[in-house]
Design a protein around this ligand. Sequence first.
Ligand SMILES: Cc1cc2nc3c(=O)[nH]c(=O)nc-3n(C[C@H](O)[C@H](O)[C@H](O)COP(=O)(O)OP(=O)(O)OC[C@H]3O[C@@H](n4cnc5c(N)ncnc54)[C@H](O)[C@@H]3O)c2cc1C
Length: 431
Amino acid sequence: MDYKWENWSGMVQCQPKEFLAPKTEEEVVKIVQRAANDRRKIRVVGSGHSFSHLVYTKDILINLDNLSGLVEVDREKGEATVWAGTKIKKLGELLFEKGLAMENMGDIDVQSIAGATATGTHGTGITFGNISTQIVGMTIVTGRGEVLYTSATENEKYFKAAQISLGTLGVVTQIKLKLLPAYNLAIKLSKAKFDETLEKLEYHNANNRNFEFYNFPYSDIVQLRETNLTEIQPKKDGMVRYFNDVFLENAVFGALSKFSKTFPRYSQTISKIVAQGAVVTTKINHSHHIFATIRTVRFNEMEYNIPMEHYKEVVKIMRKRFDEHQYRVHFPIENRFVQADDIWLSPAYERFSAYIAIHSYKGMAYEPYFSDMEAIFKEFGGRPHWGKMHNRSGADLASLYPKWNDFHQVRKELDPEGIFLNDYLKGVFES
Ligand SMILES: Cc1cc2nc3c(=O)[nH]c(=O)nc-3n(C[C@H](O)[C@H](O)[C@H](O)COP(=O)(O)OP(=O)(O)OC[C@H]3O[C@@H](n4cnc5c(N)ncnc54)[C@H](O)[C@@H]3O)c2cc1C
């Protein structure tokens, strides 16, 4: 078979022997049982939006796009069970029709719900955990080919491992989420100074439902993104706004990025131009539309979770390093803040956290920028985002997670033959 797969950034590519898109859970079971009998390997792909080598396989690649939509909704309880292949955009629309919504989301909505939760995808807001904390139950076809439901009360010994599993416990077929009644949000984008933003960080976090900011290399300007509940209904000028926000922002940034790639010596000037041109506006819409942005300009990314108490020091050192090394980079740095949680492989495990994301335009050199920044993150106990680029060894990662061995035990119990491990994951769990 000549099927070639690549991730969103194009950096991870592979040629699986088989690409399968099962239409039922029974088909998933048969695929896993066959693979177990024949000593084959399986990886599952959601939307391919991870930057790390999680999905890479030369054997069987499964996609659950055909297992999409709502399975069951309990409006009273504010819970819904959804097929694991459901894309977050579609999920938002389906839930909205039922008067429900996710409490928080990341900054895009094209991921599958299983893919997003497998890597601990997060948004921002100090009263919210990452998206996996919204899971109250999961159905998994394990490496033994058995269908397992796990929640805080059923087969509970697996639950804290399953909520963020990197797809190593089996194929997730259904996810039960806790939800909120549908709500509207207003997002205010404004510009501020970097130092002032750090000084007021606690205020911003405490006074906004979801607060984040972008800072721009070689510029003092930051873009604040303050999101709050509103009773105001969205206006119907969606297409005009869409044109302004999506087309102009992406088109201009795309053109500047191409220029920066062709003439890297101008990347610092371009960063300053991008900072000056940062959009200042207010938008109101249903929550699922406000969280999601559209990204047409492709990039590579590293993101680290930093204990909140070290966050300000880390960003100050990063800025100093920019001045010293003059990296050729024009992409903004994204700063987000999330609550601690109790999920074993969550980067926010038992710590109130900041996430710092650095980016480099596709095709531009990201070294030594990424590795220099990673050294800073590492020094302050940083845990890498599982879906993004990093250079940490298995032993190194193990030392960051108090429940690492517990996770390992669950993984070995549910996938004793390691059907779901590729070389990258073997490096993570077996080195
Ligand atoms: C433009 C862009 C913006 C992003 N924004 C954010 C953001 O705001 N916040 C954030 O935290 N991250 C963000 N990410 C990272 C992204 O959310 C994660 O990498 C996420 O895991 C991608 O979801 P996916 O559906 O593409 O999964 P994939 O990348 O396809 O897979 C991710 C993992 O999930 C596993 N998996 C998928 N489906 C299943 C299944 N059914 N059963 C078992 N395992 C499964 C895969 O095997 C793999 O290990 C962004 C990435 C991009 C490219």
